[in-house]
Design a protein around this ligand. Structure first.
Ligand SMILES: C[S@@+](CC[C@H](N)C(=O)[O-])C[C@H]1O[C@@H](n2cnc3c(N)ncnc32)[C@H](O)[C@@H]1O
Length: 371
C-alpha cells in the first residue's frame, strides 16, 4: 500500500486515507462536537453503528467516548477495506466489526444499536426508514444532511418531493430547513411507533446535523407528531408566526401590517436543545470554531425563528443597526433575547415584531417610515 495512502491525525487517532475513499478535513470540527456530544450524553458501555464509515474516522473517534462495541458499514468495498485497516491501526479490533454492506441490506438483520451515526452524501432521507429498523427505545441518532440548498428552499419542488414540506427561501431558511429535516425524521420514527426527544441541532458551512433520542411507544410517537406544525412569514414587515399541531389553523394576514402571509411546513416546532447536554459538551471541547458554535447554542433562546436586523431595517428603509444594540435595547425594556447559531446578524426574542421595532427606534433613534 506504500504511496497509496496518506496519514492524518485527528483527535489523537492516526487515520490512513486511501485512494478513492471519502474524507473531508473541513468536517473535523463537526466530528469534535460529535465526540464531545457522546461523552456528554453518556455513551459509556454502549453499542454504536457508524453506518456510512468511509475511512472509519467517526467510529474510531467515537471510541474515545467509551463505547463498548463498534460496527462499521459501507457500501463501498474500498471504504470497508480502508476502515478495517484503520481499526487495526488504532488497536480497536477487539471491539469492532466491519461490514461491506449497504444500510438497506444490513437493516434486514434488525440488530439494535444504542447509537447510530448516519453521514451520507447529500440527503439522509433514503436511509431514514432503514436506520429505524436498527433502533430501539433509547437509541441516540446523529444524522447529517448536506442537501442544504434543498432544505433552505433553493429548489422548493425538491424539498416538497423529498421531505413532504414547503421550505422558505429567505433569512430564516437555515432554521426552517433544520426543522423540516427534524419534522421528517419524527414522521418516519412515528411509523415505527417511536417518539423522539430532540437533543441538539447544528447548522454550519454546507451541512445540517440533528441529534435525537428515540422513545418507544405509540403515545410518544403521537406526542412528537404534535410538536410539528406550520409557520408563516410576512414578506412585507419580516414578522413570523407558527401554529403547532397535526392540522393547525393559522392566520392568512399579518397581524402587524395586514399583508398576506407566506406559509411553510410542515416542520418541527418544539425544543431544539437539551441544555444539560449542550452545557456538558463545552467541558470536552477545546477553544476554536467548534467550541464557539456550542457556546452560541448554549446561550440561544430555544424558541422558533428570529429577527434578522439587516432585513428588518431594509424593509423599513432605515439605516443599519447592530444586533448587539437592538439586544441591549430589548434587554433594557425587560425582554429576553439572544444571538442564534442560524444567523450572526439576527436575534431571538419572544417579544414580537412591535417590541423589535421599538428597540430599533430607541437604539438608533430612527423614525420608522410608513410602509
Ligand atoms: C460522506 S461519506 C461518510 C464520511 C465519514 N462519515 C466521515 O466522517 O469521514 C458517505 C459514505 O457513505 C457510503 N455509502 C453510500 N451509500 C451507502 C449505503 N446505501 N449504505 C452504506 N454506505 C453507503 C459511501 O460509500 C461513503 O463512503
Amino acid at each position: 500500500m506504500q504511496n497509496d495512502y496518506m496519514i492524518v491525525k485527528e483527535g489523537g487517532h492516526s487515520i490512513a486515507l486511501e485512494n478513492g475513499v471519502f474524507y473531508n478535513p473541513k468536517m473535523k470540527g463537526l466530528r469534535d462536537i460529535s465526540v464531545a456530544f457522546l461523552k456528554a450524553a453518556g455513551a459509556g458501555g454502549t453499542t454504536l453503528l457508524d453506518s456510512t464509515s468511509a475511512t472509519g474516522i467517526r467510529g474510531i473517534r467515537y471510541s474515545d467516548s467509551g463505547v463498548a462495541g463498534l460496527t462499521f458499514l459501507d457500501i463501498s468495498e474500498k471504504a470497508s477495506e480502508n476502515t478495517k485497516r484503520n481499526v487495526k491501526r488504532n488497536n480497536l479490533e477487539g471491539i469492532s466489526r466491519v461490514f461491506n454492506k449497504s444500510i438497506q441490506e444490513f437493516a434486514h438483520t434488525r440488530e439494535k444499536f444504542d447509537i447510530i451515526d448516519l453521514d451520507p452524501f447529500g440527503s439522509p432521507m433514503p436511509y431514514m426508514n432503514d436506520i429505524m429498523k436498527l433502533s430501539k427505545g433509547g437509541t441516540i441518532m446523529m444524522v447529517t444532511a448536506t442537501d442544504t440548498a434543498v432544505l433552505c428552499g433553493a429548489h422548493p419542488k425538491a424539498c416538497i418531493k423529498s421531505y413532504d414540506s414547503r421550505p422558505l427561501h429567505n433569512e430564516l431558511c437555515k432554521e426552517v430547513g433544520i426543522r423540516i429535516l427534524m419534522g421528517y425524521a419524527i414522521r418516519i420514527a412515528a411509523k415505527f411507533n417511536f417518539g423522539v426527544d430532540v437533543l441538539m441541532v447544528l447548522s454550519d458551512m454546507h451541512y445540517m446535523r440533528i441529534f435525537y433520542r428515540i422513545r418507544a411507544g405509540a403515545e410518544n410517537a403521537v406526542a412528537s407528531m404534535k410538536e410539528g406544525g406550520f409557520g408563516t412569514y410576512c414578506n412585507s414587515c419580516g414578522s413570523f408566526g407558527y401554529s403547532k399541531g397535526i392540522a393547525p389553523v393559522f392566520q392568512q394576514a399579518c397581524s402587524n401590517c395586514g399583508k398576506r402571509l407566506e406559509a411553510f411546513g410542515p416542520l418541527y416546532l418544539g425544543r431544539l436543545y437539551d441544555k444539560r447536554i449542550t452545557g456538558k459538551i463545552l467541558e470536552n471541547l477545546e477553544d476554536g470554531n467548534a467550541r464557539k458554535i456550542i457556546e452560541v447554542i448554549n446561550d440561544e433562546l430555544d424558541i422558533p425563528f428570529f429577527y434578522n436586523i439587516p432585513k428588518i431595517t431594509k424593509l423599513r428603509r432605515v439605516g443599519s443597526a447592530s444586533p448587539a444594540g437592538i439586544m441591549s435595547a430589548l434587554g433594557n425594556a425587560g425582554h429576553r433575547c439572544s444571538p442564534t447559531q442560524f444567523s450572526h446578524s439576527s436575534i431571538k426574542t419572544a417579544a414580537g415584531i412591535k417590541a423589535v421595532e421599538k428597540a430599533l427606534r430607541s437604539a438608533k433613534d430612527f423614525r420608522l417610515r410608513a410602509r
